[in-house]
Design a binder for this molecule. Structure first.
Ligand code: SAH
Length: 385
């Protein structure tokens, strides 16, 4: 079991699952139900210190404070987009900056969570890849993002969906992701339904298989290409797991009958956006319980890649839909604050104006173009329930 400690050798209690906490506390002579009380204080009652845990005897609180510490991310600031998207910047205890993005939509409030500082996957079109991998996030750091944002939300406002689509490749950090997701799912902790959690991956085949066996969350795969060569050009991971291996794996995964794998497909202008690509995509996905989420490329000054014209995106979508492939187009959100897909990791802390000064009241966008409501989606994956 991975275990994280501070300079005094105290254990990062928020990186433990309930079962691990019970074990640790039994070791100090505490009964099982005490561990549950502590767990609820941490994840539901927003305790900042063990002394906040008023239904626990003072002597036990002292013991707890000697053995454990309660980790928090340091809030650095928030950036608000004109479209209602909010980006949160955090500092880790060792001074790395990470980001989470809150995306309000009509009927949902989706939180996009980071799983690593930087990313090792080096997809050519993604800015996070430029950082390289600095380090994996701990379970407490992955789970503190929703916890701490939740604490700042206005009353009556709830995060409805979580997508592991922030900085990093979540399945590269499998060892820390799984305990974090257990905290997301536990009724006595964050309490999210598995139907509302989506893990997105470049396609780390063995970890995809392990995750499907371990937890019932939704899976999204960033496919982004329709031939091996094309995919190798933009996603180096294809050299390790070929696209064919990835798709065969997806075909064989024991996906529950009401679920489908989401295939994300970043449309890169003039590269993978032709109707020939659409035709190949239809063939590739045959026999896989799937749906496609097209992501028109978010342009960056650092890249010479163009977003395809909207008409082309529509034509691509139309091609798929008329051949029986379920397909939505991801609405671009938060582009003015560099919070859109592929833009995380370069936030300038100096541009940060506020953090939790007042309760956060997310606003869904009021003016947006809404073509074909049934096929448009802002990060809708994993939210079908
Ligand atoms: N590493 C995981 C999680 C990140 S999700 C994964 O790749 O799935 C981020 C999504 O945004 C991925 O589907 C990625 O392909 C896509 N993306 C990256 N850069 C982008 C850009 N500039 N415009 C649009 N989508 C982008």
């Amino acid at each position: 079991m991975p275990r994280f400690t501070d300079a005094q050798g105290r254990i990062d209690v928020k990186s433990l699952t309930l079962a691990e906490l019970e074990q640790e506390m039994q070791g100090m002579g505490s009964e099982k139900f005490r561990a549950l009380q502590v767990y609820k204080w941490l994840w539901q009652r927003h305790a900042r210190t063990f002394d906040d845990m008023t239904n626990i005897a003072k002597t036990v609180r002292t013991q707890l404070a000697e053995k454990f510490f309660i980790a928090f991310l340091e809030p650095v600031g928030v950036l608000r987009s004109v479209d209602g998207t909010i980006k949160f910047l955090w500092k880790t205890h060792d001074d790395w900056q990470i980001e989470s993005v809150l995306i309000p939509d009509d009927d949902r409030l989706t939180l996009c969570v980071s799983s690593q500082v930087g990313c090792a996957m080096a997809c050519t079109f993604c800015l996070t890849g430029d950082l390289g991998l600095k380090r994996h996030l701990r379970p407490s750091e992955i789970a503190n993002q929703p916890l701490q944002i939740r604490a700042g939300l206005a009353e009556g406002t709830r995060i409805t969906n979580v997508v592991m689509m922030g900085m990093g490749e979540p399945l590269h950090n499998y060892e820390n992701l799984v305990p974090a997701l257990q905290t997301y799912l536990a009724e006595d902790a964050l309490g999210f339904s598995h139907r509302r959690i989506t893990v997105s991956t470049v396609g780390l085949v063995p970890a995809m298989q392990k995750l499907t066996d371990a937890l019932p969350v939704n899976l999204a795969v960033s496919l982004n290409a329709t031939t091996e060569e094309q995919r190798r050009t933009v996603m180096p991971i294809t050299r390790k797991y070929s696209m064919q291996t990835l798709l065969d794996t997806c075909r064989d995964l024991p996906i529950p009958h009401h679920k489908r794998i989401t295939f994300e497909y970043v449309m890169l202008g003039g590269f993978n956006d032709s109707l020939e690509d659409a035709a190949r995509l239809v063939k590739l996905l045959r026999g896989i319980k799937s749906k496609v989420n097209l992501i028109p490329y978010n342009e960056n000054p650092d890249r010479d890649i163009k977003r395809p014209p909207e008409a082309l995106v529509k034509a691509f979508q139309h091609y798929l839909v008329t051949r029986g492939v379920q397909c939505s187009v991801r609405t671009t959100r938060g582009i003015d604050i560099s919070a859109a897909c592929g833009q995380l990791g370069k936030a300038d802390a100096a541009s940060v104006a506020e953090f939790f000064g007042a309760a956060i009241v997310p606003q869904a966008p009021t003016s947006c173009t809404t073509p074909e409501p049934s096929t448009q989606s802002a990060l809708r994956d994993g939210a079908d329930a």
